[in-house]
Design a protein around this ligand. Structure first.
Ligand SMILES: NC(=O)c1ccc[n+]([C@@H]2O[C@H](COP(=O)([O-])OP(=O)(O)OC[C@H]3O[C@@H](n4cnc5c(N)ncnc54)[C@H](O)[C@@H]3O)[C@@H](O)[C@H]2O)c1
Length: 295
């Protein structure tokens, strides 16, 4: 408890999936949290749940791939809580699963906006504040950014950007006392990895889980635990790192997960009151004029 006492954090994509768990974990550990997401994400619900449990949080709604919105998000943290210590670049999208020669160009552009522009604009806007507090950034990478992602090749590319971008920030900003790291999840139990709520077919879903030596998806809380460590002062000598939270998928050579007995495939219960792990969106969003949301 209290590993983030007195800290102020922004969690992008904080209304659903992994972001919900990060926001709740950070609040439980004493941070004041800006829960940021698209207006139709359950950011208000997550804020209510955090405050009902005795934590401090505020909602920020907008498309964080825009420079002006990203700057307004940082100003919300400073305006409401007086400073910014931690930026969590968790927002992202996984809108399609198909071979490259048939890959929709719109889905590629959507991922560039939501996986790359969000990270760039939020990091750029946050740095002046993070320099004041000697704070840090933790960004969502992925095992796909390390290994590539068949059936969603551009997704792996956007996550590879986040890995290299983070290492550059870590080197450049160390002289100001600012750290930057990545978390690289494997398949996590959110909307994206279920055929009912994401673009995966049942065959892809099966292969995805069996490719994990531990034979199961990770929980959102298991990922949030690693974000917590990297964002806390306990990680004071960790910068430019990519921490994989992937059940071993990056070292896997076969469908070793198929051999795991059922009792070992059970997900741990965790301690957080998780309500929105499957409320994330994978589909492309458009505004009222039918234009893809973004720049
Ligand atoms: N789920 C997985 O298996 C997995 C694996 C590896 C990496 N990741 C990474 O973890 C992060 C979270 O994934 P998730 O499964 O929790 O997804 P999710 O869809 O459940 O949550 C992501 C949230 O980010 C929001 N968001 C996206 N673009 C935004 C924008 N421009 N402005 C504001 N909000 C925006 C979405 O609306 C959504 O609420 C992503 O960056 C993803 O690439 C996930």
């Amino acid at each position: 408890m209290n590993r983030l006492q007195g800290k102020v954090a922004i969690v992008t994509g904080g209304g659903a999936g992994i972001g919900e768990a990060i926001a709740k974990k950070f609040a439980k550990e004493g941070a004041s949290v800006v829960v940021a997401g698209f207006p139709e994400d359950p950011v208000q619900a997550v804020v209510k749940e955090i405050t009902a449990a005795g934590g401090r949080a505020t909602a920020f709604e907008g498309d964080l791939s825009s420079q002006a919105v990203a700057e307004a998000c940082v100003q919300t943290a400073v305006g409401q809580f007086g400073q910014l210590d931690i930026l969590i670049n968790n927002a992202g999208a996984f809108p399609a699963a198909t071979e490259l020669d048939e890959y929709p160009v719109e889905a590629f552009e959507y991922m560039v906006k939501n996986n790359i522009y969000t990270t760039f604009h939020m990091s750029r806007a946050a740095l002046p504040e993070l320099k004041k507090t000697r704070g840090n950034i933790v960004t969502a990478g992925s095992e796909a950014g390390h290994m590539g992602e068949p059936m969603n090749t551009p997704y792996g590319g956007t996550k590879g950007f986040n890995h290299a971008f983070t290492k550059g920030i870590a080197t450049e900003q160390a002289k100001y006392g600012v750290r930057a790291n990545c978390v690289g999840p494997g398949p996590i139990d959110t909307a994206w990895t279920h055929k009912e709520t994401g673009p995966m077919t049942s065959q892809m879903e099966k292969q995805t889980v069996e490719g994990v030596p531990m034979g199961r998806r990770g929980t959102t809380e298991e990922v949030a635990n690693v974000y917590l460590f990297l964002a806390s002062d306990e990680a004071s000598y960790v910068t430019g790192a990519i921490y994989f939270v992937d059940g071993g998928v990056t070292i896997s050579k076969s469908s070793s997960g198929a051999q795991v007995p059922a009792d070992l495939k059970k997900e741990p219960a965790g301690e957080l009151d998780i309500q929105h792990s499957k409320d994330g969106h994978t589909e492309i969003r458009h505004d009222d004029a039918g234009k893809m949301v973004g720049h």
